[in-house]
Design a protein around this ligand. Structure first.
Ligand code: URA
Length: 435
């Protein structure tokens, strides 16, 4: 078999056989097939797509390229959730997990990623909690989930290495935003990380990879089909990324927002979205019906049991639990700057990707792989799409520990916001469900 022939075949839009797909993944992971040939194949996939069979084979080959985590020694149904990336969306894991566990004894054994481009990562957020460990030995990880129901750690090096290599290549060859390539990337990691039930949060809009609802539905359906064919219970929730979720963007600022939300005083859109997702996860775990699930997770939030689960997780992973009642223990940028409204009226649109980029410019995200991160940097939005504003009023406060970064970030943030005189229609953040 020759890689050259496989590229020509796919370029002519002839479906690849299972053997050909496995040959590509094995050869690429071993280093036998060079980046430039895999890049060419990826580009043919961007243009010609993949059949359901090709996609299923590709995903499984990517999952099996490394260690397949065995969670069978966890008592109960393990549930996982994955977001396709957005701004302010990755903190939801830390809000959804605790009430889910507190409400029903659900088991959340989650491996999360770091930030990528303008999108944040749960693990970076968690590291802003002093001393918190985000890497555990497999046995400790499983014991923690059995004991307190919840553990969130970084993805181990050995998890789906084919995806790691392919993602890095896609990032620099203009081949990220392809439905089969995103679906195989996400689902290879989910199949390899072992959870029985998986809730997918597919982001739609200016801050997301999927810009239209139709593309988001197609991506969701492809991922649900892959999971179901592999014996997992999977559902996808399509959520709006035409405005950032919650009020905070940035690591320590978002942890502060997570804690506030679990105390019942978080932003309404964030609280609403998290409760709905937690309820769907209960249903996916075959614990109860949707209405019962919704009232159970709301009770877990109101009673403080959910916050207690977060405290237990921070304690189990060696973090400073006093952050829960003393937010001064979280480093928040010492230099601040208020972005003000240039006119009376309304915010009629926010370019969410640009808002994320402004936060990265303040130091909250990486500009090079494995680069440094300023946990204290970010943005607190006081006004979002649909809100009325008065000329000169603060619409957001920027935070950083490097004052020289403020002017460019402020310019980017202002340019991300469109002001107008007529109130826009604001849609619910949950747009659709694909099962
Ligand atoms: N998230 C992933 O894990 N992979 C993609 O390709 C896009 C988003």
């Amino acid at each position: 078999m020759r890689m050259y022939d496989i590229i020509l075949k796919k370029r002519a839009n002839v479906p690849l056989t299972d053997e050909e797909i496995r040959f590509v993944i094995d050869g690429y992971v071993k280093g036998d097939i060079p980046d430039y040939q895999v890049s060419a194949l990826l580009m043919t996939i961007v243009f010609n797509g993949m059949s359901a069979r090709e996609l299923g084979t590709l995903t499984l080959a990517m999952a099996q390229s490394g260690h397949m985590v065995d969670l069978s020694s966890i008592d109960g149904i393990t549930v996982d959730k994955h977001s396709t990336g957005g701004v302010g969306g990755d903190k939801t894991t830390l809000i959804i997990g605790p009430p889910l566990v507190a409400a029903c004894g659900g088991k959340v054994a989650k491996m999360s990623g770091r930030g990528l481009g303008h999108t944040g990562g749960t693990i970076d957020k968690m590291e802003s909690i002093p001393n918190l460990k985000v890497s555990l030995e497999q046995d400790d990880f499983i014991n923690q989930v059995n004991r307190i129901g919840l553990a969130v750690i970084g993805q181990s090096e050995g998890l789906a290495p084919a995806d790691k290599k392919l993602y890095a290549l896609r990032d620099v060859t203009g081949t990220v935003d392809s439905i089969p390539l995103i679906a195989s990337s996400v689902m290879s990691k989910k199949l390899a990380s072992g959870a029985q039930a998986i809730l997918l949060d597919v982001k739609v809009g200016s801050g997301a990879f999927m810009k239209t609802i139709d593309d988001a539905r197609a991506l969701a359906k492809a991922m649900v089909d892959i999971g179901t064919e592999n014996g997992r219970s999977v559902k996808a929730v399509l959520t709006d990324m035409d405005r950032p979720l919650g009020h905070a963007i940035g690591n320590a600022l978002e942890i502060r927002e997570v804690i506030d939300t679990l105390k019942g005083r978080g932003p309404q859109d964030l609280t609403h979205e998290c409760l709905i997702m937690a309820a769907h996860m209960l249903v996916l775990s075959h614990i109860c019906d949707y209405e019962t699930a919704l009232s159970r997770v709301q009770d877990a939030l109101d009673s403080g049991e959910a916050l207690e689960r977060l405290r237990l997780m921070i304690e189990a992973q060696g973090g400073n639990i006093h952050v829960i009642n003393d937010e001064s223990l979280l480093a928040i940028g010492k230099f601040t700057y208020d972005v003000t409204a240039p006119q009376d009226g309304y915010i009629i649109h926010m370019n969410t990707e640009q808002c994320g980029i402004a936060s990265v410019m303040l130091g909250a995200g990486r500009t090079v792989k494995d680069g440094p991160i300023d946990y204290s940097a970010g943005i607190v939005m006081h006004k979002k799409t649909g809100d009325s504003v008065i000329c000169g009023e603060s619409v957001a406060t920027l935070y950083t520990s490097d004052e020289s970064l403020i002017p460019n970030a402020a310019k980017t943030y202002v340019e991300a916001i469109t002001f107008g005189t007529t109130a826009p229609t604001v849609v619910d953040t949950i747009l659709d469900i694909v099962e």
